[in-house]
Design a protein around this ligand. Structure first.
Ligand SMILES: Nc1nc2c(ncn2[C@@H]2O[C@H](COP(=O)(O)OP(=O)(O)O)[C@@H](O)[C@H]2O)c(=O)[nH]1
Ligand SMILES: [Mg+2]
Length: 439
């Protein structure tokens, strides 16, 4: 048997690396019950925390005293027999426990994401719920946490399963029509029911797609590009917002040549701030590359802050991205002027106003995401394929049964790949590669 068999009993540290008050060690697999029998004296009651002395089965020497939990299959995270040891979080304790566990037959350390993978394979979680767990572990802001939690609860899964059920009913209706009618057309009565089923799913898909990239923006952060002419104070603003020297500031125009990205939490929302090279004509090849990157980044930004000492915005910026003109270095100009928000990054003037406006912008986006289902490009692709297929099916509802059936199958397939009933291997690797060991 290979050393990575799915039949092995696996174990891993579920808590973080390094010294800690408590470390949680997690086990899953058919060998868990006998491992428990060998490590702890008293039988552990299912789903109850019990104080236990963990002993090395070879020497009988005590390794540690801690809590032991046993979750018999199938009511466990993975669907297999599972156990958790809450140990003292010292490296020697963990090392001794790992060494003791490695002596059991067909028992080995888990691979990254292997617990979740088993949960998926045993039908405990679908793909979208697993993505939700990954996002919850990665969540850095309140909004990311809330969105990820909704997905772990199965919000997207239940919707997709409901649509799939409706489309399967439509398929069955179609099959029945083929069996019982000679003409090969759908009977008017069946047509009506079919149309209703398709229309309901189409409306839901369209509503979810209409929320735009809101869910993805919450998950990935609001991308804000700081652009403007050289020396406008872009790098100074980035540093002031993140409160550290992330970008080099200098009076020499053309200092920033590469796009610098920093993550920032403003009022519970994730932002990705990007400082760019000043947009200007230049003969310096390195600076040209930076300027080209700045343009490219601005095209895919959610928002562009255009910094200029005069408060002007140029006309040739990419369309479709909101641009906020901002007058920089307000400390150098005299008196209040009408027009765009004036800031002084050097003096910290009006940075609170700018932060509040950025938070409002994110709030507007996240407000849409509140009921949104799509949090990844993968979801969007599946929704779009299903929607297009259902559009064609609805148009062809009085046409040949075969064409209708094919489009229905396409839509069902898109939903099934979304929740991981088909095409699983394509996405599993991508998802689990990002997991840490013990998840
Ligand atoms: N007086 C004043 N000078 C500033 C301000 N912001 C930046 N500067 C100065 O302007 C120059 C260019 O700043 P920098 O942030 O590198 O501009 P960038 O080229 O747009 O990134 C530096 O000498 C900064 O110290 C400001 O708010 N007030
Ligand atoms: Mg700069």
């Amino acid at each position: 048997m290979s050393s990575e068999s799915g039949a092995d009993t696996i174990f891993a540290l579920a808590s973080g690396q390094g010294r800690a008050a408590i470390a949680v060690l997690r086990l899953s697999g058919a060998g868990v019950a006998s491992i428990l029998g060998a490590l702890v004296e008293k039988a552990t009651p299912p789903r109850q925390a019990a104080l236990a002395t963990f002993r090395d089965p070879a020497s009988g020497e005590a390794i540690d005293r801690g809590l032991c939990l046993f979750f018999p299959a199938p009511a466990s995270f993975t669907g297999e027999d599972c156990a958790e040891f809450h140990l003292h979080g010292g490296p020697a304790v963990i090392a001794a426990m790992f060494a003791a566990l490695a002596h059991f037959p067909a028992t080995r350390p888990a691979l990254a994401g292997e617990f979740s993978r088993r949960a998926f394979e045993n039908g405990k979680l679908d793909l979208t719920e697993i993505e939700g767990i990954a996002d919850l572990i990665d969540a850095e802001t309140e909004q990311q946490r809330r969105q990820a939690l909704r997905q772990t609860r199965g919000d997207l899964r239940h919707k997709a399963e409901g649509w799939r059920a409706a489309l399967l009913e439509a398929s069955a209706l179609l099959e029945a029509t083929i069996d019982f009618a000679d003409e090969g057309d759908v009977s008017p009565l069946a047509q009506e029911r079919l149309a209703a089923l398709l229309a309901a799913v189409r409306a839901d898909l369209a509503a979810a797609l209409a929320k735009g990239r809101a869910g993805e923006i919450v998950r990935d952060g609001v991308t804000v590009v700081i652009a403007g002419p050289p020396n406008a104070g872009k790098s100074t603003l980035l540093n002031a917002l993140v409160r550290r020297e992330a970008a080099i500031v200098s009076p020499i125009p053309g200092t920033t040549r590469d796009a610098i990205e920093v993550r920032l939490d403003i009022a519970g929302y994730a932002f990705v701030l990007i400082d760019t090279a000043g947009l200007r004509e230049t003969s310096d090849p390195l600076e040209s590359i930076g300027i080209e990157r700045a343009r490219k980044r601005a095209e895919i930004a959610d928002l562009v802050l255009w910094l200029d000492e005069t408060g002007m915005t140029p006309a040739d910026l990419p369309p479709g991205v909101p641009i906020w003109p901002i007058r920089s270095k307000s400390d150098l100009s005299d008196g209040v002027r009408a027009g765009p928000l004036a800031i002084s990054a050097a003096r910290g003037a009006n940075l609170d106003v700018l932060s509040e406006r950025l938070a409002d912008f994110a709030r507007g986006v996240a407000g849409q995401a509140e009921l949104g289902l799509i949090t990844r490009e993968r979801h969007r692709r599946a929704f779009l394929i299903a929607e297009a297929a259902l559009d064609r099916a609805s148009d062809a509802i009085d046409g040949p049964v075969e064409l209708l059936g094919e489009d229905l199958r396409l839509a069902i397939h898109a939903l099934e790949s979304l929740i991981g009933k088909v095409d699983v291997e394509d996405v599993l690797g991508e998802i689990f590669a990002r997991f840490c060991i013990g998840k």
